[in-house]
Design a protein around this ligand. Structure first.
Ligand code: PHE
Length: 369
């Protein structure tokens, strides 16, 4: 039979006597003090303060005591549990504070350390210069036209009045795309965009076309097999050579500051008359010519710099593109962008333009923007 044991003497119940309870408290406090991390403290809590800890088990014994003994023992165990709980809390806070302090030290970020930044690229000087050239014409109300680099032979040559056996068509100059007789070439100039513009746009036409062109040229300081041109085309009523001259002078001054242009007669199948455009040297303005005391690097003391080709659009080209030559006439010009960059920025070796050294781009981009 079970029931309250009235003769039960608490002193005889070992876990509840003062010495045992004090020992439990002492052990708990020692374990808490010994724990140095949250994980260790958790183990100490499970062993000394949780449901199965000696003090919790002792607490459960209280109910079995005779009523007269419960008060004293209950108070003792209660005090002991209070002490343990408080010690646990205090230690918990100490450990948290220590861990936080350690994290603050170990994971400290020194914002003054030099960082390894990603190297920043730069707009290629050719691109920057082409943008600048476009802007000169956009400011005059012109449009920018584009054409493909893989071009129909008909547009690259025939539409531009190159006779079938014109030497420029031969394998020496032109890069043909296989099959050889497939009628596709890597465009040798930006002039096919003239034909494209006339075939697709409403008149009048004022367009510039900057772009990459290809010729089976040498690769040296002044030649690249892949280079850049900017083409200009104006087709309107009453266009004359005078309009061309004025446009080129304006373009030249926008590019080089105070300078003027001159035209030397030349031949292009797609313009008639045709001319080479020279720039008056924008550095010495001709003062270096015949003057050994004042040599000019930019024009090599020649006073003039060859810049590009131009002319009045040959009526045969206008007709091939469906333009009524009774009403309309036009002018066209084409300049080498790489050449322009060379003498505008004193870049001496064209190969630097394509070898991709970012130092070249960084050095030139500030001036070619
Ligand atoms: N397409 C010519 C060349 O590549 C340049 C040019 C363009 C000449 C327009 C006249 C008119 O040399």
């Amino acid at each position: 039979m079970s029931g309250p044991n009235t003769s039960y003497d608490p002193v005889q119940v070992t876990p509840l006597n003062a010495a045992s309870v004090d020992a439990m408290v002492a052990e708990a406090l020692a374990a808490f003090a010994a724990a140095t991390s949250t994980a260790e403290l958790k183990q100490a809590r499970l062993a000394h303060a949780a449901d199965r800890s000696p003090i919790a088990l002792a607490n459960r014994e209280i109910g079995a005591l005779p009523p007269q003994a419960r008060k004293e023992v209950g108070a003792r165990v209660g005090r002991a549990r209070g002490t343990i709980t408080e010690a646990l809390k205090a230690r918990e806070e100490e450990i948290k504070a220590a861990e936080l302090a350690r994290i603050l030290v170990e994971e400290r970020v020194d914002v003054t350390l030099p960082v390894q930044t990603q190297p920043v690229g730069a707009v290629h000087p050719i691109t920057a210069l082409m943008n600048l050239m476009e802007d000169v014409f956009i400011a005059m109300g012109w449009e920018v036209a584009e054409g493909p680099e893989l071009e129909a032979e008909w547009l690259n040559f025939d539409a531009l009045n190159f006779i079938p056996d014109h030497p420029a068509r031969t394998m020496q100059d032109t890069l043909f795309v296989e099959p050889d007789d497939g009628g596709i070439v890597l465009r040798t100039h930006t002039s096919p965009v003239q034909a494209r513009a006339m075939l697709t746009r409403e008149l009048p036409i004022y367009v510039v076309c900057p772009g990459r062109v290809y010729r089976s040229d040498e690769y040296d300081a002044t030649h690249l097999p892949v280079f850049h041109q900017i083409e200009g085309l104006a087709v309107d009523k009453g266009i004359t050579l005078g309009h061309l001259r004025g446009t080129l002078d304006h373009f030249a001054r926008a590019m080089f500051g105070e300078t003027r242009t001159r035209m030397r007669p030349n031949y292009f199948p797609f313009t008639e008359p045709s001319a080479e455009v020279d720039l008056e040297c924008f550095v010495c303005h001709g003062a270096s010519v015949g003057n050994p005391d004042y040599p000019c690097r930019t024009c090599k003391s020649e006073g003039w710099i060859e810049w590009g080709g131009c002319g009045v659009v040959n009526p045969r080209v206008l007709q091939a593109c469906g333009v009524d030559t009774e009403i309309y006439s036009g002018f066209a010009f084409g300049m080498g962008v790489d050449r322009t960059l060379m003498f505008r920025n004193n870049a001496e070796d064209m190969r630097d333009m394509i070898e991709g050294d970012v130092r070249f781009s960084r050095a030139l981009v500030g001036t070619a923007r």
